[in-house]
Design a protein around this ligand. Structure first.
Ligand SMILES: Nc1ncnc2c1ncn2[C@@H]1O[C@H](COP(=O)(O)OP(=O)(O)OP(=O)(O)O)[C@@H](O)[C@H]1O
Ligand SMILES: [Mg+2]
Length: 277
């Protein structure tokens, strides 16, 4: 059974650490678990203690990855290096190893490049997990579906026995919502991006972008008709809207759960997976 209350507590602590740039005091003799998530819209660093409690976290917006592929290697390395150095300075420890993740089905060179980014930033890579499995680690989800609505894509993954057995990736996500919003308000996309995140305009914004959410829910519905499974979780930054999971629940006729601070589920899960097995 997924304990959503406990998951939300971890997410809330992590979010607070990220926003305040403070860290949770920890035992410097014990190993820290480090995760680096190279996403389409940001790079996130997550650091946990042995009990998977958040110690430190940070992120930087970046467009160095597109559809799961690293498109700007040098900038990716620079950002990871910077995030790691900042963390080392604040925590007073050296970080030597980390886990990272790729979208399911990433193969060959595309797979290797992601570890190379970390290695060029001075980190030994303990493991490369796939993103939905990482999310499932934080949720402690043995069986169910993870719907990850990120910047560029929406990935729907079926988890059985803690592993991804089936997945699809659709080229729609938060970026698509921003484009719709930019068109509606006749403003440039970066401005639409800010409007999208403005909580005081949430109900108006959600009405405008709802067709995008409907489309995502519809894709999910079709996929789950072939692979019926429960429970259903939605994660990823673009699912931040209050009514997001309600739209999904209505379409699917099933409960869809969305953890708080859904943009941090995968990064924290990556850090959990960093432990060498
Ligand atoms: N508060 C918010 N309200 C609405 N949308 C948000 C909010 N915060 C982030 N987003 C959107 O979430 C998306 C990024 O989500 P996330 O951080 O999960 O993606 P990513 O991991 O970088 O990308 P991907 O998983 O596609 O590689 C962006 O489109 C961003 O605009
Ligand atoms: Mg992501």
């Amino acid at each position: 059974m997924v304990d959503l209350k406990q998951v939300n507590q971890v997410l809330q602590e992590f979010n607070e650490i990220v926003n305040t740039k403070k860290y949770r005091p920890f035992d410097k003799n014990k190993t820290l678990k480090v995760g680096v998530d190279l996403g389409t819209s940001s790079i996130v660093l997550a650091i946990l203690d042995e009990q998977n409690k958040p110690i430190y976290g940070s992120f930087e917006y970046a467009e160095v990855v597109r559809d799961g592929l690293v498109v700007n290697y040098i900038q990716a390395v620079q950002i990871v290096t910077k995030l790691v150095h900042e963390a080392e300075e604040i925590l007073g420890v050296e970080l030597t190893e980390a886990a990272t993740a790729v979208p399911p089905g990433t193969l060959g060179n595309d797979f290797k490049v992601v570890s190379n980014v970390l290695e060029s930033a001075g980190l030994n890579v303990t493991t490369v997990v796939d993103e939905p499995s990482a999310a499932a680690r934080l949720l402690d989800l043995e069986k169910g579906a993870v719907i990850d609505v990120g910047g560029g894509t929406t990935g729907i993954s079926i988890i059985e026995d803690h592993t991804v057995v089936k997945t699809i990736d659709e080229p729609t996500g938060g970026t698509h919502m921003s484009l719709v919003l930019a068109g509606y308000h006749k403003v440039p996309v970066p401005e639409a991006e800010l409007i999208k995140r403005d909580r005081s305009r949430e109900s108006e914004t959600f009405m405008i972008i709802k067709p995008v959410v409907d489309k995502m829910a519809n894709i999910t519905k079709q996929f789950l008709e072939t692979y019926p499974i429960e429970p259903l979780f939605v994660v990823g930054g673009a699912s931040f809207f209050d009514d997001f999971s309600k739209v999904f629940s209505k379409y699917l006729g099933k409960e869809v759960l969305r953890p708080d601070y859904p943009q941090f589920v995968t990064p924290i899960g990556i850090a959990i997976a960093s432990e060498k097995e």
